[in-house]
Design a protein around this ligand. Structure first.
Ligand SMILES: Nc1ncnc2c1ncn2[C@@H]1O[C@H](COP(=O)(O)OP(=O)(O)OP(=O)(O)O)[C@@H](O)[C@H]1O
Ligand SMILES: [Mg+2]
Length: 509
């Protein structure tokens, strides 16, 4: 590892930025040395993405200076930042869905045969070969590089996005919450890539809400609170508790707020639910007041199963009983009519209406609730939305703020509020705390708890096994499309769940 105390690769000094008169970054200094990984932590809306967008040339700062390798980076220009060697994986994935994987990897940097002119024929063979190399040999995933991006699961898209950033040698690699859709194995692979790049002298900025990832990977940690740096120290000197306290300004309890709720009658029972080849012969009974967790590796069928229950990936065979009657979950509309409401993990699929306000996005599925006698009641809409803003601690300027102007985690809170406001009786939640900061996560768990106390039932599909262990009553572990074990949360452990998820050694029978 290069150890000379040489000039930093990146030096940001006194960075200030306001949106509509509201300061988002205040006098931020960030120094980045080659061959180091710096973790950037902060609550939802603290200013992390804004800071790295300034470094990547997406926004210009209102004040302060930036230099890269001693060269001054002037007003916002993505091209200029890229020329200086800065590669960024943004929080909102930016692949073009209609293009193929390799075309996305080489977007705006297409290889041509001969001289690079607008008329030169494209060198597709090399682009395909190189994309395949980066994805398979470097990132360790099998994906057809000729596949169209919109046909890929979200985890694979995230990896393609990362491939795009690493295929050209960067000086500075910026990763804004790159692990949100990744499972343990893919995460480990990504971390290996980051470590290799560090050893080759690349400087890395790594943003995450997972403190253990930061502890594991980062040499130094910077904590932003309300747009100002409150900690900048070697990671080894910081405990998880120090990090949380710095982020939130208070101590946050790490306990899951699970309460034992008296379980009622079965509200949803499925028997032999099958949709080849993604899920097969799935059976369970969900009772009133119960939280049913579903875990498994990527590709285990857990996401497809919840989509099956939501009606978007309907089963071809098997039976479903809802409150004692046989029903079909053949479409999203049918599931909704049965008060089964689904929260997808991908905000883009979840149908954010980017140009509309927080209020509009929150209440769109709860319209009947806020309809007054003479149509939509603005007063009721306002009170509903204000209550949601309060309950989730959303960082917004007000109900009228356009949703695309919110930080990623705050957009996720709006989506969650929407799914909970509808007339849901059974909630189908897919990674509900994805992208949500440590403090707000606890609020989400409290909310789920109060929902089951009020007699609702929840199916919780999650890539965080600890969350499932901490919050659920019953846990299904899936592997290769089948339920391999149905466990009472009180009788199992993390190692047991992992073993079953990964190999036949852990199976029930
Ligand atoms: N284009 C914009 N216009 C107006 N306000 C914005 C814009 N982009 C960001 N903001 C505001 O700036 C603040 C910081 O947002 P930012 O996206 O940097 O937060 P973050 O730390 O990345 O949060 P998260 O963890 O949720 O991703 C938020 O209050 C957000 O609403
Ligand atoms: Mg962000």
């Amino acid at each position: 590892m290069p150890s000379t105390p040489s000039m930093p690769v990146v030096e940001m000094t006194g960075i200030g930025k306001s949106f509509g008169g509201v300061p988002v970054l205040r006098n931020v200094d960030l120094r980045l040395d080659s061959g180091t990984v710096v973790g950037l932590l902060g609550a939802n809306g603290a200013g992390k993405s804004t800071l790295i967008k300034i470094l990547s040339g997406v926004y210009s700062a209102d004040s302060g200076t930036i230099s890269v390798d001693g060269q001054h980076l002037g007003s916002a220009s993505v091209t200029e930042a890229q020329r200086l060697g800065i590669r960024t994986v943004h929080q909102e994935l930016s692949l073009v869905p209609s293009l193929r994987v390799y075309e996305n990897v080489y977007l705006h940097a297409e290889l041509t045969k001969g001289r690079r002119t607008p008329f030169a024929p494209l060198d597709r063979e090399t682009m395909i070969r190189e994309s395949r190399h980066v994805l398979r040999d470097v990132l360790g995933i099998e994906v057809d590089v000729r596949a169209t991006v919109e046909d890929l699961p979200i985890a694979t898209r995230q990896l393609v996005e990362i491939a795009r950033a690493v295929h050209e040698r960067a000086k500075v690699l910026v990763l804004d919450e790159p692990t949100t859709s990744l499972e343990a194995r893919e995460k480990a692979q990504l971390f290996q890539v980051v470590r290799d790049l560090r050893n080759q002298g690349v400087a890395v900025i790594f943003i995450s809400h997972h403190l253990d990832e930061v502890t594991d990977l980062c040499d130094r940690t910077i904590v932003l609170r309300d747009g100002a740096v409150v900690v900048d120290a070697p990671t080894a000197e910081l405990s998880a508790r120090d990090m949380v306290t710095a982020m939130t300004g208070r101590l946050v309890d790490h306990q899951y707020p699970k309460k034992q709720v008296q379980l009622g009658e079965p509200v949803l029972a499925v028997d032999g639910l099958t949709r080849e080849p993604v899920y097969r012969d799935v059976s369970f009974v969900l009772r009133r007041g119960e939280i049913l967790g579903v875990v498994g590796l990527a590709g285990s069928g857990k996401t497809e199963l919840i989509r099956g229950l939501a009606g978007s990936l309907p089963a071809a065979s098997g039976s479903v009983t809802r409150n004692g009657s046989a029903v079909r979950l053949g479409s999203i509309r049918q599931a909704r009519r049965l008060s089964l409401i689904y929260l997808p993990s991908d905000r883009k699929v979840a149908g954010i209406f980017p140009e509309h306000s927080v209020a509009w996005n929150t209440t769109i599925s709860a319209l009947q609730r806020i309809m007054g006698r003479f149509g939509l009641s603005p007063a009721r809409e306002l009170s509903t939305v204000n209550a949601a803003i309060d309950e989730y601690g959303m960082k917004v300027s007000g109900p009228d703020q356009v949703i695309s102007r919110l930080s990623g985690g705050n957009q996720q809170k709006v989506m969650l509020a929407r799914s909970l406001l509808g007339n849901a009786d059974v909630l189908l939640l897919e990674d509900p705390t994805r992208g949500i900061d440590v403090a707000a996560k606890n609020d989400v768990y409290e909310l789920i708890t109060s929902l089951v106390e009020a007699g609702k039932s929840v199916v919780l599909v999650s890539s965080e096994e600890t969350e499932v262990l901490g919050m659920c009553d019953q846990i299904l572990v899936m592997r290769e499309g089948r339920v391999r074990a149905n466990l009472a949360a009180g009788d199992t452990s993390l190692p047991q769940i992992r073993l079953i998820a990964m190999s036949s050694e852990g199976d029930d029978e």
